[in-house]
Write a protein that binds this ligand. Sequence first.
Ligand SMILES: Nc1nc2c(ncn2[C@@H]2O[C@H](COP(=O)(O)OP(=O)(O)OP(=O)(O)O)[C@@H](O)[C@H]2O)c(=O)[nH]1
Length: 265
Amino acid sequence: MDDSWDTHRMNERWKMVSSDSAYMSSTEDGQTPTAITYPYNEELTHKTILVGDSGVGKTSLLVQFDQGKFIAGSFTSTVGIGFTNKVVDVDNLKVKLQIWDTAGQERFRSVTHAYYRDAQALLLLYDITSKPSFDNIRAWLTEIHEHAQKDVVIMLLGNKSDMAAERVVKTEDGEKLAKVMRDIFKWLCSPQQRRVFTLLMFFPSQEYGVPFMETSAKTGVNVDLAFQAIGKELKHRATQQPNEPKFQIHDYIESQKHKTGCCGP
Ligand SMILES: Nc1nc2c(ncn2[C@@H]2O[C@H](COP(=O)(O)OP(=O)(O)OP(=O)(O)O)[C@@H](O)[C@H]2O)c(=O)[nH]1
């Protein structure tokens, strides 16, 4: 793996950049600091990873985002892992995403695990026409918990929203799962583990879950929005000051979904 993906080194680099370029403005007497600004470093590359069962549409989603096209026809499973570099425009700044497309097939699991470690964001996909791919989200969460960073940004995507006639997973079920996913993630860290899962499904905490939307790699619905939201979140994380309010990714997605007339096919 490329050295630049060593998170520690990346953090060190960021610390250096931020401390070099951070500044304080002060009042005329030079005593009271009024603001600290951490400019965003456009040289940073943020690693994002696509995971989910084989056939849910990870490669197609990435091709749609990268090239704006959908290749219909025979399905060729990804072998191992590959990546695409893409720049998203966030608040007039260039945010570089390196998006890793993993193979969903079980036999490649040990290869793909190694790539979770440095991921700052993770898009977890299921296929709305496949109940098993939805049921497996819990298993994927366990994998993520074991191999990814604890503060990784997770987004749940129900793909193939254009296939309304074949839908077997309701939008509400996706929303419900996304709501408890953060709880599940915390629960995975707790010693009580197994007993709690059912309770969580019925009594989610008041906390926001992970962001969720339905996408179509075929029509492009919500594809750009998913990556744009990730870019915004990662940019805000990189520049956030201790007392600054957090970027509300849920609110952002909700406001954009309405604009794009979300959730239709
Ligand atoms: N109608 C429709 N078909 C889709 C969509 N996304 C993917 N497909 C089809 O689903 C099949 C699997 O898509 P892939 O993108 O290869 O799936 P994958 O998740 O990358 O699969 P692995 O590489 O095995 O992990 C292909 O035949 C795609 O054309 C979608 O949004 N709508």
